[in-house]
Every structure is written in C-alpha cells, then in structure tokens.
Design a protein around this ligand. Structure first.
Ligand code: KPL
Length: 323
C-alpha cells in the first residue's frame, strides 16, 4: 500500500463544501478553517444563513467560528445561492450517514462543477457503488475516520478522541495533489492510502462485529470481550473475509480478529453508535454494515447467515420503534 504524506502549507482560496453538519462535519469545518481554507456547509432545510459553531477540544478549550450554511431547497433565495457558492468549489466532503448519501448527493448533483471532487466519509460501505455511476466527470474518493466528536448542542461539539483517518481514490479523476495535501494537513493523523478499500473492509469488520451485538445486548463495547461472544465474532469476521475475497480484497482473518478485540479493549467504556441509535430509537447504519456484507455475498451467490441474522434482528428492532 502506498501512502501520501502531507507537505501542504495553507490556502484561503480553496473552497470546500461540507455536505452534512453532524458532529464529524462540524469537526472538519473547524479543522479546515484552522488550515486556512474556506469551508461552508450544505444542509437540508432553512435558508442561506450564518451560524456560530462552538468546539470544545479534548483539552477542554472552547473556540467559536462563524459558518455559512446553504440549502439545496432554500425557500427565500430568489437566486440559487448554493449554485453560486458551489461554482468554484474544488472538493465536497460528504459527511451524512451512509443511508442518506444518495439523496443528499442527488439534491446537489446538477450544481456540482465538472472538475469538483467528492469525498465520502461515513460508517459502513456501499454508497460509492451508486455514486460513481452518477458522476460524469468528477472524481470520487472514500475514507474512514476514527476521530471522535459528540454533539453537545446543535452547533456545539466536543472532540472526544483523536483517532486517525485513511482516505483514498475510488473512481474517476484522482484528487489533485494540492487538494490531497490540503486535506491531509487539515485532518490530524490522516493518510492518503492506495488501495483504500482494504482499510474500509477492515473498519467494516470492526463495526459489523461490535455495533449490532452491543445494540442487541444493550451493553458497552467492552462487554464483548467476554469469551461467550468469541464464536459469533469469529463467524461475523469469517463471513466478511470470504465476501471481501470474492470482491477482490484479501484480508487476514486472524489479524482482523485481533484488531476487533483491540478496538473492543480501546473503546471498552463506549456505547457503540448503533447502541446509541437503538437506545434513541433512530435509524441505524446496519444496512451499510452487516447489510452490505449480505448484499455483496448475494451477488456472489454466497450465504452469510450470521451477518444476515444480525441484520434481521436490528431491522426488526427498528420496525418496532413507536411511530
Ligand atoms: O465506530 C464505532 C462505532 O461505534 O460506530 C466503534 C469503533 C465500534 C466504537 O464505538
């Protein structure tokens, strides 16, 4: 695997759109601004507006920034303010949940400049397969991040963990080096990795093992270290390794299993994102985690019973949320 190291200084003429203003989107806004570039948000609903963003760092320092928000369905703009700001945008970082990616990109598709580049940054896998078919001239990159951020209020985030990020090419034209350098210098502990797909499969294994089990068992990540979960965790990973192989990605089952147990230990006190989604009766990302493994297995006429069982259990829980 090759990695690309950053040697970027700073630029204020680089316009970066951030599609989705969740915790990770806001964290990236702060990090990109600190590097000297000019990010803005694309969010659903509302009109074009200014918003004050607050970041509480890991060291408990608080800082404020002003951000501009543009909506694809703005109600009061007589001119298309989003189209105007997007005209000279070089990169759009897509930070919505995997199940929102398609709709979110479709809402801006006709406004994306021909030479703009898209970067998908979400848990799970899948949306890139659809998006790469929809882009005509634009390049697509994908990434995974373990940076941690928690929303304390709608526009106030707390950085909860440093984490690392791996980004890499998916389809179409490559992200120009100047923009790679910009992203790598803005995002701490980030690397450009080719090929990036094995790293996404590795992150998928972590989420496929930890997320549904903690949601079903209603426990913290650390509880999965109990020996009774070992057989099911091994089955989840075995099935994933088999599917990945048919997709052209070779993974080592033992290395992956050790990595999953390492993350269980490192995040022992955390409630996984799927546990939190279920506890708050929100839609989970199971469709792009265990559901993605099952869907790709089907393409290869393979059965993934354990991942399918977990997928079915989580979707059943979701279907029982009060309306
Ligand atoms: O990514 C995570 C998640 O909860 O989605 C892990 C690594 C499992 C940490 O909780």
């Amino acid at each position: 695997m090759s990695t690309h190291k950053s040697r970027f200084t700073s630029t204020s003429d680089t316009k970066v759109g951030i599609l989705g203003a969740g915790a990770i989107g806001q964290l990236l806004f702060h990090q990109l601004t600190a590097t000297g570039c000019a990010p803005y948000f694309i969010t659903r609903g509302g009109n074009t507006r200014q918003q004050t963003l607050t970041l509480t760092s890991i060291e408990n320092n608080t800082s404020n920034l002003s951000a501009e928000l543009f909506s694809p369905v703005s109600q009061s703009d007589t001119h298309d303010a989003l189209a105007q700001v997007m005209r000279d945008t070089q990169v759009i970082i897509v930070c919505v949940k995997a199940y929102q990616v398609n709709e979110a990109i479709n809402s801006i598709l006709t406004r994306i400049p021909k030479d703009c580049h898209l970067l998908l940054l979400h848990n799970g896998m899948g949306p890139h397969l659809q998006i790469e078919k929809q882009l005509s001239t634009q390049g697509l990159s994908v990434g995974t991040t373990s940076q941690g951020a928690l929303k304390l209020a709608t526009w106030h985030i707390q950085q909860t963990g440093c984490g690392s990020s791996q980004l890499g090419h998916a389809s179409g034209p490559q992200l120009p080096n100047r923009l790679k350098d910009l992203l790598l210098s803005a995002i701490p502990q980030s690397q450009w990795c080719e090929p990036v797909l094995p790293l996404l499969w590795q992150k998928l294994a972590i989420n496929a093992a930890i997320n549904p089990l903690t949601a079903i068992e209603q426990c913290r990540n650390g509880a999965l270290a109990d020996i009774r979960y070992r057989p099911i965790i091994e089955m989840i990973i075995s099935e994933l390794v088999e599917v990945a192989k048919l997709e052209g990605v070779e993974l080592d089952k033992l290395v992956l299993t050790n990595r999953v147990y390492e993350v269980i230990k490192l995040t022992a006190n955390n409630f996984s994102s799927m546990h939190q989604d279920v506890a708050n009766k929100r839609q989970t990302e199971v469709g792009s985690i265990n559901g993605y493994i099952v869907a790709r297995a089907r393409v290869h006429h393979l059965n993934c019973k354990t991942n399918e069982d977990l997928y079915n259990q989580i979707t059943k829980i979701e279907s029982q949320y009060p309306i």
